[in-house]
Design a protein around this ligand. Structure first.
Ligand SMILES: *Cc1c(COP(=O)(O)O)cnc(C)c1O
Length: 453
């Protein structure tokens, strides 16, 4: 091995541990981590010296150790400011939660609870009861179950009700929702035997009539969450399919996807079918997400007939996909907003959906004034999250002309509080709708920093 004289000028670990800056690191991060940092940096420097680099001084080496350790402790999951105008942005974590929901989750997280403990009898209770009563009251469903997410809800429902049995589904509904959720794959995983009927663009009630003659275990329907079939298309109403299923003595299971509990069409959007409508149309089991239009934490919610829900709850997979106490606390607190009729005021995504456009305009003006530049232009916000594709709401955007748009966007993403904007016609545009009003000042200051650097 080469033995360069320069290598012997590098400080020893002991010498480094004597340095004031390193002692401070030990206080902050603990000795073991600091030792790991020192070894890593000294190894790196030895290699560099062997490659002909001059050995750095002691202070520089200590600074490198500090930088490395800070990097290790930097959380990778960071809050960001969403100025994209996409309300349920799946990549940005879907629905932000109401204050009351956060408080309920925090309480559940930091204390023991009666999660599976019956306070009346002092005996073992069931975690299933916590959100169930609220869901029953709100939707009229006989029974309810909360699991990890809607993919799990659909998988569990099919596993419990149709393992090794034929399930009828329209070809037009064998869809991919995104993030790897493909209805046919989930069906196969559950052990259900797929019986696709109809064509890609058209399915008639007569197709269902014919299919039920072969005695399938159920009919599955799935909401076209994230796409629209347009042109020469037809699909029977859910009500007709439900009637047919019931005449044949089999259940209709509907994967609703978004789980809206309020009517989106009031806010200039298309109508997203609601949970309540789906149940009244006659679906026997309905599955949907907690963190889409319900505006709560990540969860999958299964509602419906008590006898079917009892089978679903008993299935071994139910244990594998069960909701934790934070989720149950969060789902319950979010549902309370609907029961009290205060969802529009309290649930952030509904505040955004129902935001007054004049208010959006005033905020865009304030941003503009804070920057001393930019133009306010009309634009569109989207619901996103696999809901209401093609549908948008009018909004006002702050549009900025900057030199290199992509470079500017990446500068905004690199800020201590990353700001996510988008490009429109070679301009940077920012939509106040998805930015919390209390973040307005930060947005202005981040933009100013990025413009000046
Ligand atoms: C979003 C969606 C899913 C998946 O839900 P997750 O909660 O993301 O697991 C399944 N089915 C439909 C129709 C959806 O829209």
């Amino acid at each position: 091995m080469m033995n360069l004289p320069e290598l012997s000028t590098l400080p020893s670990t002991d010498a480094m541990l004597q340095q004031e800056s390193v002692r401070l690191l030990i206080e902050q991060f603990g000795r073991s981590v600091v030792l790991q940092g020192i070894h890593l940096i000294l190894d790196k420097i030895r290699t560099e010296v062997k490659d002909g680099c001059p050995p750095p001084g002691l202070e520089i080496i200590c600074a490198q150790v500090g930088q490395q350790i800070h990097e290790w402790f930097q959380p990778s999951l960071l809050p960001v400011i969403n100025a994209t105008g996409i309300i349920l942005h799946t990549n940005l974590g879907r629905a932000p939660l109401s204050r009351e929901t956060l408080a309920a989750m925090q309480t559940a997280a930091g204390a023991y609870s009666n999660l599976e403990y019956d306070l009346k009898s002092g005996k073992r209770g069931s975690r299933l009861v916590h959100a169930e009563a609220l869901l029953q009251k709100l939707t009229g469903a006989e029974s309810a179950l909360v699991v990890n997410n809607n993919a799990a809800a659909v998988l569990l429902t099919l596993s419990a009700l149709a393992h090794n049995k034929p399930v009828v589904i329209a070809n037009s509904q064998l869809v991919e929702i995104g993030g790897g959720f493909r209805v046919p794959d989930v069906m196969r995983q559950s052990g259900a035997k797929l019986i696709p009927i109809g064509t890609t663009n058209r399915i008639h009630i007569s197709d269902y009539e014919q299919a039920v003659r072969d005695h399938p275990a159920m009919i599955l329907t799935a909401h076209h969450s994230n796409f629209k079939i347009i042109g020469f298309t037809t699909e029977p109403e859910l009500k007709q399919i439900a009637l047919l299923a019931h005449q044949a003595g089999i259940p209709l299971v509907h994967d609703l996807g978004s789980g809206a509990m309020l009517d989106t069409s009031v806010f200039g959007l298309g109508h997203e079918p609601t949970v309540q409508e789906t149940l009244s149309a006659g679906a026997d089991v309905v599955c949907f997400s907690g963190d889409k239009l319900m505006g709560g934490p990540q969860a999958g919610i299964i509602l419906g007939r008590a006898d079917l829900l009892a089978k679903i709850k008993r299935h071994p997979l139910a244990r594998a996909v069960r909701a934790d106490k934070l989720c149950l606390a969060g789902v319950s607190a979010t549902l309370v907003h609907y029961l009290k009729g205060e969802a529009l005021e309290k649930i952030p995504i509904w505040q955004m959906i129902s935001m007054d456009v004049d208010f959006i305009h005033r905020r865009a003006e304030r941003w503009q004034a804070g920057l001393g530049m930019g133009e306010i232009i009309p634009g569109f916000s989207m619901v996103g999250g696999g809901s209401l594709p093609e549908e948008s709401q009018p909004t006002w955007l702050l549009s900025l002309k900057v030199g290199k748009v992509n470079q500017f966007l990446s500068k905004l993403r690199a800020m201590p509080q990353p700001l996510i904007a988008r490009i429109l016609d070679d301009h940077i545009v920012l939509d106040p709708r998805t930015v919390f009003p209390e973040q307005d000042q930060i947005v202005v200051s981040l933009l100013n920093q990025a413009l000046q650097s």
